[in-house]
Design a protein around this ligand. Structure first.
Ligand SMILES: [Ca+2]
Length: 140
């Protein structure tokens, strides 16, 4: 957990190269280099541009740390929801032994992005949730 937070901050700082926010190219490089396994369409410059515009609250064409955190929050939320639906599906299979599927976690994004903006962000890939399965703590 601690190393994950350090990584999130470190990747931003490295990508910003001493500047206060990520320019268009910096953001493209960050997404393509760091998020290609968790997101779809990271190779599409158009999709990444749309994502950047969706994150760009102050419309300055750059991604500030706050705006970057919105992306992290979105990804975390999307992963969490994906896991919830997978748990629900697994619960159905285990219905013979368990009376109820695990309740879906009501994870709220920490960032205040609206659904319209979130739509501009490429979908989270399903296989990532599978890899993180061992981190599950709230089962039972
Ligand atoms: Ca901005």
């Amino acid at each position: 957990m601690e190393s994950a937070i350090k990584t999130v901050v470190g990747v931003y700082l490295k990508s910003a190269k001493g500047k206060e926010s990520l320019g268009e190219k910096d953001f493209q490089t960050l997404v393509k280099g760091q998020l290609s396994n968790i997101m779809t369409d990271t190779d599409s410059s158009k999709a990444v541009k749309e994502m950047r515009q969706g994150l760009d609250d102050n419309q300055d064409g750059k991604v500030s740390f706050q705006e970057y955190m919105k992306l992290i929050g979105y990804l975390a939320n999307a992963l969490s929801q994906q896991r919830s639906s997978e748990n629900a599906a697994a619960g159905e299979n285990a219905a013979a032994t368990k009376s109820e599927a695990p309740a879906a976690k009501e994870a709220k994004p920490t960032a205040g992005e609206g659904p319209a903006k979130a739509e501009a962000i490429p979908a989270v890939k399903a296989e990532v949730a599978d890899k993180e399965e061992e981190d599950e703590e709230e089962e039972s």
